[in-house]
Write a protein that binds this ligand. Structure first.
Ligand code: PMP
Length: 331
């Protein structure tokens, strides 16, 4: 019989799919690493599994222990899934600006969610940084993965994402494109690909306009999960050969094109990375180029944002898809 023993055995080994239409005829291959096909729905399943297993091995996380992390997004889902399978308690701390839908996803996996006010400085006792630190001190057997400083975050990608891409492309990958949040994905995958190819593979970061990685000072930008206003330990500053800056408008336009033209319902950071990859393919103008772009998560969590016309037009971003008329035009 063909079955997995546990859901966690299905983390990683995601497929590569050729982008056919959004490349607008640019020469070369642009291949998407479809990370939303991980069982928890994002690339973060990889680091959640690796960080928990390492903490078990080192004794930091003991049977019956509690995982405490300030997160509301994909890392929370990954950790909640791993915790549920392995019998740990999970407490996530998030600011009150996080949508109820996102909090409910974490609760659905059995996690507890503590909501903190956004409108207080980081050193305030009720800020979400302070609250998560206090919970770690006060809960017996608590362990904080701290994805922004945990070396097992980039290591997960060095050990899985990188080797998968090398094998899937039979060593023919020429460029790797990824967004940068904690930097774990680009640092681990990029480092592996550089080593295995003797420096031949070019590593390209995609970054929202305004973020520190592309020379900005921090926010504001609207695309979620990528870009930072500080330099995390998990980001290897030497790994990227180049950073391509992408505006919110271009990120969201590509996010929508991915759904309508490639049938890939992805989040805004995937649209941002795809926009950078297509720009690169156009610039290289090389039929031998094999560009791999990593799509971190799916679009279901963003239906009331990127995929909502009113939300988009509120920021002046709405552009009708090419060659397509709306029902309104036909009436
Ligand atoms: N996209 C999304 C939606 C994310 O949640 C994250 C993680 N913050 C990233 C991209 C960036 O990945 P990494 O943290 O590995 O740099």
């Amino acid at each position: 019989m063909d079955y997995a023993n546990a859901l966690l055995d299905l983390v990683g080994n995601t497929p590569l799919v050729k982008l056919r239409r959004v490349t607008d005829g640019a020469p070369g291959l642009v291949l998407a690493k479809v990370e939303y096909l991980n069982p928890g729905g994002s690339v973060k399943d990889r680091i959640a599994t690796r960080m928990v297993e390492a903490a078990e091995a080192s004794g930091e996380l003991k049977p019956g222990g509690t995982i405490v992390e300030p997160t509301s997004g994909n890392t929370g889902v990954g950790l909640a899934m791993v915790a549920q399978e392995k019998g740990y308690r999970c407490v996530f701390v998030c600011p009150d600006k996080v949508s109820e839908d996102k909090r409910n996803v974490l609760k659905a996996y059995g996690a507890e969610v503590v909501v903190c006010p956004t409108a207080v400085p980081p050193e305030h006792p009720n800020s979400y940084y302070e609250v998560s630190d206090r919970l770690v001190r006060e809960i017996d057997g608590a362990w904080k993965p701290n994805q922004y400083a945990n070396t097992n975050n980039p290591r997960a990608h060095y050990e899985t994402t990188g080797p998968e891409l090398w094998k899937q492309t039979e060593g023919r990958i020429t460029h790797f494109v990824a967004g940068i949040g904690t930097g774990g994905t680009i640092s681990g995958t990029g480092r592996y690909l550089k080593e295995v190819s003797d420096g031949r593979v070019q590593v390209i970061g995609a970054d929202p306009h305004g973020s520190v990685y592309s020379g900005g000072t921090g926010r504001p930008y609207l695309v979620e999960g990528v870009g930072e206003d500080f330099w995390p330990d998990t980001y290897d500053r030497d790994v990227a050969d180049r950073i391509i800056e992408v505006s919110d408008a271009d990120s969201f336009a590509m996010t929508r094109r991915m759904a309508r033209e490639e049938a890939m319902l992805v989040g805004g950071s995937a649209g941002m990375a795809a926009a950078a990859a297509v720009r690169l393919a156009q610039e290289l103008d090389d039929p031998e180029a094999v560009i791999v772009v990593l799509l971190p998560d799916g679009g279901r969590g963003y239906l009331t944002k990127v995929f909502d016309d009113e939300w988009l037009s509120q920021y002046g971003f709405l552009t009708p898809p090419r060659g397509q008329r709306t029902v309104g035009d036909l009436l």
